[in-house]
Design a protein around this ligand. Structure first.
Ligand code: ADP
Ligand code: RBF
Ligand code: MG
Length: 424
């Protein structure tokens, strides 16, 4: 079946971002060694240490919801966008900023006291970030020791973990912020967990979302992969000290670190839990056909803002239908900030792999998104961007012919009249 995927992935854009360790000569070094294996150029790791909040689970989502509720009680309006950059700040520092900026009628200490139970009651709503469950299960299945560290107290860490079915037992060691003297960016938490694991620091790979966490991992002498927040547009240079910056855990390639590769990619695509989005086609940036020669049918982002903020920026494949026409088309799309054009808004832009004689603004477009191709990237030239988008189109077109993707072509969401949509 896989022979039908004849598209070859030429020089992947992300490979430019990867460190030198793409082809480790060590098959499974973790089985034999407790520290890093190096052949002078390539380095392999033996242990992987994860940060928890906003690296494995999406706590940022509940931060908004807690503040919305609390502020309403104080007669204030929580403006979630960008006011407080919590990244890498201790909770008390964030609380001080909030109390001051919004003139809250409480002290920073009181704010933390009031919000602690509000957070706790939302732990059951915490969701793993895209690719997190897949990665920790993969490493565990291959007997790579994995561990968890967090700035939060250990009891909070365990409380959150308990809501993630089957996760707790995967970790060989867990360390909370109350179990060390100094918080990140001090290396103490990472050095201590390495000791607990019986691992050499240079054999540990840290996966982190915050600049202070990255600094802590590096100061402990470890390799660090940064996976910035999925909700915010990363600002430049914030992650420079990391060994590698990824757009999401979906892009983590274990073999780069001498660990066993994933086997779940199909024809250069990664199957995902499908998502269903739709709405009337609206005017976009006026660039697709004019500048790129590739029309993209923009959807109003307000119609599915929560889906959009939860999903990783990147290039996806799936099926599309214009519900009045009764036909289903292959589709490849970009989700994100279009780094080449440096947009200020996160958008969804599907390119239907079909020739249409005319525009279809205003028609109801339905999408079933079934697989992931790659992260969004910047390109040295417009020609390079265009060439890459065409390659994405070829990849999508081949992959959609086979399962697990082909079966969604007949999904009722695509062609059900609007009025019945909510019943699906
Ligand atoms: P805009 O910036 O307004 O989105 P584009 O130049 O990207 O304009 O063109 C997109 C429009 O072109 C769509 O809204 C749709 O009406 C039309 N269109 C024609 N063919 C296609 C196609 N194959 N895929 C997507 N849109 C198409
Ligand atoms: N824009 C980028 O800046 N970087 C990308 O990697 C990128 N990949 C895309 C892949 C596909 C399949 C499509 C349809 C679009 C992609 N775009 C990308 C978005 C493109 O810049 C956008 O559609 C045009 O700017 C029109 O708004
Ligand atoms: Mg467009």
């Amino acid at each position: 079946m896989l022979l039908r995927c004849l598209v070859k992935r030429s020089a992947p854009v992300i490979s430019a971002l990867l460190p030198l360790a793409l082809s480790s000569p060590f098959a499974f070094p973790h089985r034999r060694k407790m520290s890093a294996s190096c052949d002078g150029v390539h380095c392999a790791v033996s242990h992987v240490i994860f940060d928890l909040d906003d690296t494995l689970i999406d706590t940022e989502g509940i931060f908004d919801s807690v503040n919305r509720d609390l502020f309403a009680k104080f007669g204030k309006v929580w403006e979630s966008k960008g006011l407080v950059n919590r990244l890498g700040k201790q909770p008390i520092e964030t609380a001080r900023v909030l109390v001051k900026d919004y003139g809250l009628p409480c002290s920073a200490e009181e704010y933390l006291e009031i919000t602690a139970p509000l957070f706790r009651e939302r732990w059951s709503m915490l969701r793993p970030l895209p690719g997190a469950a897949r990665l920790i299960k993969h490493l565990h299945n291959h007997r790579i020791p994995i561990a968890l560290v967090s700035d939060s107290p250990k009891s909070n860490v365990m409380g959150k973990l308990n809501h993630q079915h089957g996760w707790t037992e995967l970790f060989k060691a867990v360390l909370g912020g109350d179990e060390v003297q100094k918080g990140k960016p001090d290396p103490e938490i990472y050095s201590t967990i390495a000791e607990k694991l019986g691992a050499e620091p240079d054999g540990c790979l840290v996966i982190e979302d915050s600049p202070t966490g990255i600094a802590a991992g590096k100061a402990a002498g470890m390799k660090v992969v940064a996976v910035p927040s999925l909700r915010r547009k990363a600002s430049k240079n914030q992650y420079d000290s990391a060994d590698l910056v990824l757009s999401s855990l979906l892009d983590f390639k274990p073999e780069v670190w001498g660990l066993p590769a994933f086997q779940d990619w199909i024809c250069n695509t990664l199957p995902i839990e499908p998502w269903y989005v739709g709405g009337p086609v609206i005017k976009g940036f006026g660039r697709g056909s004019k500048i790129l020669g590739i029309p993209t049918a923009n959807l109003p982002t307000t119609a599915f803002s929560s889906v959009l903020s939860d999903c990783v920026c990147g290039i996806y494949l799936g099926w599309a239908a214009l519900s009045d026409r009764g036909e289903v088309y292959k589709m490849v799309m970009s989700v994100g900030w279009n780094p080449y054009f440096d947009n200020t808004e996160k958008t969804v832009e599907p390119w239907l792999l079909h020739e249409f004689p005319e525009d279809f603004y205003g028609e109801e477009l339905r999408l079933v998104v079934v697989g992931y191709i790659r992260p969004e990237a910047n390109f040295p030239s417009l020609e390079a961007l265009i060439e890459r988008i065409h390659e994405d189109g070829r990849i999508a077109s081949s992959a959609l012919d086979i399962n697990p993707y082909a079966k969604y072509q007949n999904h009722p969401y695509l062609l059900t009249p609007l009025c019945q949509k909510d019943e699906i």
